[in-house]
Design a protein around this ligand. Structure first.
Ligand SMILES: Nc1ncnc2c1ncn2[C@@H]1O[C@H](COP(=O)(O)OP(=O)(O)O)[C@@H](O)[C@H]1O
Ligand SMILES: [Mg+2]
Length: 415
């Protein structure tokens, strides 16, 4: 292994050894037409790399015997004696000195780097597996949450159904009570009248048989006085009219309830917003009547395509909240108008209002300021979801101490 004459210069050696200190191996090879690849010189770092094989063992070897070129400037340094190999980075400079048939190879041991790369790949595989697992966990959690949410929505529905049932029972109980008592009165009236008829029958019989009728006529007079026929004549009308009205009220409540119970039928239908408001009011009347006077500020509205059952549910949640916000006595104002391509329904109560820090949370699921058993914190969240499903919106503003307004926007879809 003879260094070519130019490498005997001090400068060249200093450069080669400086490179060695920087961890770069330098190999010079012969590149003449007769001899190709014979190793002429190695700097000290290169010798250290080849230490296993021993410097002498490499004497007379060619670069091809110790270097296996790979892709992207990488290769393997083969140590023939030990049979081992080291991954290296290779820069090949063919004939840097024009008049000298010598090539230079710069070689750097990259075992550490390769090791780190392998680790990195392993890390990233692990990471991928971890991310996949977390994603799966998250998906499961999401699924569970969805199930829980629908269970809760169902239980909120049941809760409002319970509330509804109590209200309806009360509303129906009242007319049913007085109609029952009126029927009792009518039964007594009939009894009296038939008693009178019987007396008339006797009178008729006596007349036909030519008998004395004085006694029977006296009897008739007595009965008439006792049953107060004039009063019956007057009162029976009132009793029957009142009963008919009572039954009408019951029929109306039942028909309003039917609007509510069509849970499966969710197609849009021609809807009268005012009628929807009125029938919802009827249903929750029990919750409202002792608390608030209803003020209507209705503008004429067109019929729209909407889902009245859903809208009713929203109105009901807001009306019940409004009544609950009024401590003793107050008003609930229902204002309707057309605004751009929406129907705007504002429901304003004169209740206690909503503190500023609470206002942004009221549409959150489970947010409630009411005691356990009274509030679920789902009413407004459900209403919010419904309004967005319907292509509308719901928002709230409030002056604490004065009251709150809930604004419901329903898209003006004309049938
Ligand atoms: N009209 C209102 N006036 C004052 N506070 C209200 C009104 N409507 C809603 N809120 C507040 O918003 C909260 C959430 O309402 P909601 O979702 O209907 O749940 P819940 O009525 O079960 O508490 C209520 O607990 C209350 O604090
Ligand atoms: Mg509520």
């Amino acid at each position: 292994m003879n260094s070519p004459h130019f490498f005997h210069s001090k400068t060249a050696r200093i450069l080669a050894e400086t490179a060695a200190r920087a961890g770069i191996g330098i190999v010079l090879i012969q590149d003449s037409p007769e001899i190709t690849g014979e190793i002429l010189y190695m700097n000290s770092h290169m010798k250290a790399l080849c230490l296993h094989s021993g410097q002498e063992a490499l004497a007379g070897k060619t670069i091809q015997e110790i270097l296996l070129a790979g892709s992207e400037g990488r290769g393997l340094l083969l140590l023939p004696e030990s049979g081992e190999s080291i991954p290296v980075e290779v820069v090949h400079c063919p004939r840097p000195l024009e008049d000298t048939p010598v090539d230079i190879y710069y070689i750097r041991d990259i075992s550490d780097q390769i090791q780190k790369e392998k680790q990195l790949i392993e890390y990233s595989h692990n990471l991928e597996r971890m991310v996949e697992k977390s994603t799966r966990d998250l998906q499961n959690t999401l699924k569970n949450l969805k199930e829980t949410q629908s269970q809760l929505i169902q239980s909120e529905k049941m809760a409002s159904l319970g509330q509804l049932a109590a209200g309806v029972a009360h509303e129906i109980n009242n007319p049913v009570g007085f109609v029952k008592s009126n029927l009792g009165t009518v039964r007594d009236y009939f009894k009296d009248i038939f008693e009178l008829f019987d007396a008339f029958d006797s009178l008729e019989e006596n007349l036909e048989n030519g008998k004395n009728t004085a006694e029977t006529r006296e009897e008739i007079k007595k009965i008439r006085a006792r049953i107060d026929l004039d009063f019956i004549r007057e009162d029976h009308q009132a009793v029957i009219t009142e009963s008919l009205e009572g039954m009408e009220r019951v029929a109306r409540i039942v028909s309003d309830l039917k609007d509510f119970s069509h849970t499966g039928k969710m197609d849009a239908e021609v809807t009268d917003i005012h009628q929807c408001l009125e029938s919802t009011l009827n249903i929750v009347w029990n919750e409202i009547k002792y608390k608030a006077e209803i003020i209507r500020e209705f503008q004429p509205l067109p019929l729209v395509l909407c889902v009245p059952q859903k809208l009713s549910q929203v109105f009901m949640n807001i009306l019940v909240n409004a009544a609950q916000a009024i401590e003793k006595q107050g008003t609930i104002t229902l204002k309707t108008q057309i605004q751009n391509s929406f129907i705007l329904v504002d429901i304003t109560d004169s209740g206690k209002g909503i503190p500023e820090d609470i206002l942004p949370k009221i549409f959150d699921p489970f947010f409630t300021t009411k005691p356990v058993g009274k509030g679920t914190g789902l009413g407004l969240n459900i209403s919010y979801n419904i309004m967005h499903q319907l292509g509308g919106d719901i928002s709230a503003h409030s002056t604490p101490g004065k009251g709150s307004t809930f604004s419901i926007r329903i898209p003006l879809r004309e049938p």
